[in-house]
Write a new protein. Structure first.
Length: 86
């Protein structure tokens, strides 16, 4: 019979969940916020709010180098598959 060193919670009903500490299984997870909104002054130019929102978007961290590397990988995979099919 195999026994673990630390007793798990039987209410978890799954071996993996039983092995987790109680504070992890509690479900009170608070995600860390990655992009903090940039404050915009009242009466500022109407496009400043849109620019601030764009800066805080998920795609704001993509650079030209990232795009170039993605296209290089995409094209090389496309050529490899095309050569294999040919």
């Amino acid at each position: 019979m195999r026994r673990s060193l630390v007793l798990g919670d039987e209410a978890a009903r799954h071996p993996f969940l039983q092995s987790l500490p109680p504070h992890v299984r509690s479900g009170h997870f608070v995600p860390a916020r990655r992009n903090v909104p940039t404050p915009v002054r009242a009466g500022a130019h109407p496009f400043r709010a849109a620019l601030a929102e764009r800066r805080n978007s998920a795609l704001a961290g993509i650079t030209a180098r990232d795009l170039r590397q993605f296209l290089l990988a995409y094209c090389s995979c496309f050529l490899a598959v095309s050569a294999f099919i040919w």
